[in-house]
Design a protein around this ligand. Structure first.
Ligand code: ASP
Length: 416
C-alpha cells in the first residue's frame, strides 16, 4: 500500500481511538511514548539534513549569477505568499467577526479581565518592537548553539555562507569539502527513509494522544474563531496556492496535492514543519520530480522562514482578541498587525505551538494584554496541526514554482 494511504488510515483510526480512550488510559500512555520516539527520530535527522542539503545545493550552483537569481526568486515567492496568507486571515476575521457575539464584544464570555478602555489606551501608545530580534537570530553568534537548539534561522544563514565559500575553494581542499557534504547528505537521506517507514505508526500515536487530551469539545467555545481561521487556511492552500501553481508554475494543483500528501499528513500529525522537512524533501524530489539543486535550497530556507499558515493564524488571533476587547482598530494598527505577522512568522521555529510566542510579541507591539493567549490555548492544538500542514505546503509550492521558473520540465509529470 502506498505510504500516504497508510498514513491516512492511521490518522482516521487515531481520531477514533483518541475520542474513545480516556486520557489517563494505558493505551494513551503507550501512544505518548511511541509518538515521542517518532518525533525524536524526525528531530534527529533535521539538523544534519538541513546543513548538508544547503551546503550541497549552494556548492553545486557554481556561478554566483544562478545562485542570486534563484535566491531572489525564492525570497520574492516566499514573502509574497506569506503576505497573501496574512491578508486572507485579516479578511476572514473582519468578515466573520468571531470576537463579537450578538453585536457585543465577547470579552466577558471569554473570561478576559482587562477593561476595554484601558486596553484601548495601551493600543494607541504602543510602538513597533522586537523585529530586530529576527535579524539577531539570522546572524547567529554561535552556529553550534543554533544547531543544538534547532534554531533554523541562524543555521540556514550560516550553512548558506559555508556552501557559497566552499564552492569557491580551488583544488583538492575544496573538492574534499564538497565530496564530504555530498556524502553526509546522501547518508541522511537514507536515515530519513528509514524513519519514514515508521510514519504511519508515529502518526497514529501522536494524533490519538492529541485527540484524547484536547477532545473535540475544546473547539466549541471558540468555534467562530476556529472556523474563520480554518476557512482562511483552506482558502490559502486550495485557492491562492492553486492559482500560483497553475499560472506561474504551469502545473496541475491536483497533482501537487497528491505528491505532497505524505508531507501534509506528517505536518498535520506532528505540528512541526521543521520536523517534517525530511518528508517534504522526499516528496518534492521523488514524487514531484523537482531537482536536488532547487529543493536543497528552497525547502530548508522555506522551513526556516516561510510559514504561511502561522502568519495567517498570528494575524487572525490578534484581530480576534482586539474584537473581543471591543476595539475598532484603525487602518494603521491593522497595518502594523499585518506587517508584524509577516516579519515575526519568519522568525518562528517550525515546532508545535511556536507561534504563541510571536502572537505575544504582536499583542505587546499593538498594546493588547497578554491574557488573551490563554483563550487561544483552547483551540491552539488543532489549529496548530492545520497551520503546520499549510506551512509545509507553502514550502513545497515554492520549490515547484522556482523549479519551473528555472526551466525544469519533468516536474509533476511522472506518475507517483
Ligand atoms: N507548529 C508550526 C510549525 O511547525 C509553528 C506554529 O505556528 O506554531 O510550522
Amino acid at each position: 500500500m502506498k505510504s500516504h494511504w497508510q498514513i491516512a488510515i492511521a490518522l482516521s483510526l487515531a481520531v477514533v481511538v483518541g475520542a474513545l480512550a480516556p486520557v489517563d488510559s494505558d493505551v494513551i500512555a503507550v501512544c505518548g511514548f511511541v509518538g515521542g520516539l517518532f518525533l525524536n527520530a524526525l528531530k534527529m535527522v533535521v539538523v544534519p539534513l538541513i546543513v548538508s542539503s544547503i551546503i550541497n545545493a549552494m556548492s553545486t550552483f557554481g556561478d554566483a549569477g544562478a545562485l542570486s537569481r534563484i535566491g531572489i526568486r525564492t525570497m520574492l515567492f516566499y514573502s509574497a505568499t506569506t503576505l497573501l496568507a496574512v491578508l486572507v486571515g485579516l479578511t476572514m476575521v473582519n468578515l466573520v467577526q468571531p470576537g463579537v457575539v450578538d453585536g457585543q464584544p465577547a470579552r466577558e464570555l471569554l473570561g478576559l479581565a482587562a477593561g476595554g478602555e484601558k486596553v484601548s489606551e495601551n493600543v494607541s501608545g504602543a510602538k513597533l518592537s522586537d523585529i530586530a530580534d529576527v535579524f539577531y537570530r539570522l546572524v547567529t553568534a554561535n552556529p553550534i548553539k543554533a544547531a543544538a537548539e534547532s534554531d533554523l534561522l541562524g543555521l540556514v544563514f550560516f550553512s548558506m555562507l559555508f556552501g557559497i565559500f566552499a564552492a569557491r575553494i580551488p583544488g583538492s581542499a575544496g573538492q574534499v569539502q564538497r565530496d564530504f557534504w555530498s556524502g553526509v547528505r546522501e547518508t541522511m537521506m537514507h536515515i530519513t527513509a528509514l524513519v519514514m517507514r515508521f510514519a504511519p505508526i508515529g502518526v497514529f500515536a501522536l494524533v490519538a494522544k492529541a485527540f484524547s487530551s484536547t477532545g473535540v469539545e475544546a473547539i466549541r467555545p471558540l468555534a467562530m474563531f476556529f472556523f474563520a481561521t480554518l476557512g482562511g487556511l483552506l482558502f490559502h492552500m486550495l485557492v491562492t496556492m492553486s492559482v500560483l501553481l497553475a499560472v506561474v508554475g504551469r502545473v496541475s494543483p491536483l497533482r501537487m496535492l497528491q505528491a505532497m500528501t505524505p508531507a501534509l499528513l506528517t505536518g498535520f500529525s506532528t505540528s512541526s514543519s521543521a520536523g517534517t522537512l525530511p518528508v517534504t524533501l522526499d516528496c518534492l524530489r521523488n514524487r514531484a520530480g523537482v531537482s536536488e539543486r532547487v529543493t536543497g535550497f528552497t525547502l530548508p530556507l522555506g522551513a526556516a522562514i516561510n510559514l504561511d499558515g502561522t502568519a495567517l493564524y498570528e494575524c487572525a488571533a490578534a484581530m480576534f482578541l482586539a474584537q473581543a476587547y471591543g476595539l475598532h482598530l484603525d487602518f494603521a494598527t491593522q497595518f502594523v498587525i499585518v506587517a508584524m505577522a509577516v516579519v515575526t512568522s519568519m522568525g518562528v521555529t517550525g515546532i508545535p505551538s511556536a507561534s504563541l510566542v510571536a502572537i505575544a510579541v504582536i499583542l505587546g507591539a499593538v498594546g493588547l494584554p497578554l491574557e488573551g493567549l490563554g483563550v487561544l490555548l483552547a483551540v491552539d492544538r488543532v489549529l496548530d496541526m492545520c497551520r503546520t500542514a499549510v506551512n509545509v505546503y507553502g514550502d513545497g509550492c515554492g520549490a515547484v514554482v522556482i523549479g519551473r521558473l528555472e526551466g525544469e520540465s519533468g516536474i509533476l509529470k511522472q506518475p507517483d
